[in-house]
Write a protein that binds this ligand. Structure first.
Ligand SMILES: Nc1ncnc2c1ncn2[C@@H]1O[C@H](COP(=O)(O)OP(=O)(O)OP(=O)(O)O)[C@@H](O)[C@H]1O
Length: 306
């Protein structure tokens, strides 16, 4: 990611312009000749609760789906699932059933608008909230064995730095850090970055400034986090984009819809479309010798012994 591009995206979103990233996303919708690509697993994290991780995961996933991409969204907020609630879906099964062996991953897929496929986490299931190594491994295997993997696997994670968060973040090709203008958001994002870089050798993070009220705020947020990470950690942060604070988004949530579906021209939706455009510039993940999802690939294996 080039920093100048990131800033252009940020100011474009704040000014309500549709530029760069959105154009990439829109052009994909018309491009039926693009060959199918290897799955890219992208974990959306942030450390702090309430910063907009689920909102970003849902709307980024749907923006990519609206642009013609094949997208799966895994709700990894195990035990406190809310992706299905955000989208008004009624799952009858969840990851717990996969772990019980009573169904396969494909049986869990819930169709959402624009072809987005959701894999729900269970709500109120303590066992899911406390998944151990063996259970993570079972989820891993299920993804790795998918015969027809999507182009993008987005993973919405819980708050905090529990195993359920770091395992999914460490396993993905990319980690998107969602932050907002609250001191605890930055300290928690830093804590998560520290754990992932120190214990799992994750070196690259993409920062999304959410609920931003003016361009300077997004810039200040990114600068603060980048400064402290540069000083104390061996990581590279890039500015991925901005999602403005937008009442349309709250109304869409109340109606259990994605704002990009309900109000595609809203400021928040334009921000999400630009993020989708950025994601689509990342291209195929570089994993020699792997054709399927390498979700929970090499990095995790070396740490946990899987
Ligand atoms: N850009 C935005 N504009 C306005 N409101 C927003 C925006 N992003 C998120 N919100 C609001 O913030 C609340 C929290 O968002 P969300 O549930 O996505 O956060 P989260 O980080 O996933 O939380 P948790 O960690 O508790 O699961 C939502 O109710 C939503 O209404």
């Amino acid at each position: 990611m080039n920093q100048a591009w990131g800033l252009k995206t940020m100011f474009g979103a704040m000014n309500g312009q549709v530029d760069g990233g959105a154009d990439v996303a829109l052009s994909l919708a018309q491009d039926t000749t693009t060959p199918r690509r290897r799955c890219r697993a992208i974990t959306v994290a942030g450390g702090k609760g309430g910063v907009g991780k689920s909102t970003v995961a849902v709307n980024l996933g749907m923006s990519l789906a609206m642009a013609g991409r094949d997208v799966m969204l895994l709700d990894a907020d195990m035990g406190l699932a809310n992706v299905d609630v955000l989208l008004g879906l009624s799952p009858s099964r969840h990851i717990g059933h996969l772990l019980d062996g009573t169904c396969g991953l494909k049986d869990l897929l819930l169709p959402a608008p624009h072809g987005l496929k959701v894999i729900p986490a269970g709500s109120g299931a303590r066992r899911l909230a406390q998944m151990g190594t063996g259970e993570h491994a079972a989820v891993i295997r299920a993804f790795d064995e998918l015969q027809d993997p999507p182009e993008y696997l987005l993973v919405d994670t819980a708050a905090g730095v529990s195993d359920n968060v770091v395992m999914f973040a460490a396993a993905a090709d990319d980690v998107v850090l969602v932050v907002c203008d609250e001191p605890a958001s930055l300290t928690d994002a830093y804590a998560l970055t520290k754990v992932l870089s120190r214990d799992f050798r994750v070196r690259r993070f993409h920062v999304v400034a959410n609920m931003v009220r003016h361009a300077g705020e997004a810039r200040a947020l990114y600068d603060k986090l980048a400064r402290v990470c540069d000083r104390f950690l061996d990581v590279a942060l890039d500015f991925m984009g901005t999602v403005p604070y937008d009442e349309h988004l709250r109304q869409a949530i109340r109606r259990q819809s994605a704002v990009v579906d309900m109000w595609p021209a809203s400021r928040a939706s334009r921000g999400f479309k630009q993020l989708a455009g950025v994601v689509d510039t990342w291209g195929e993940p570089q994993r020699p010798g792997r054709d399927r999802i390498a979700f929970f690939g090499g990095r995790n294996a070396s740490v946990t012994g899987w």
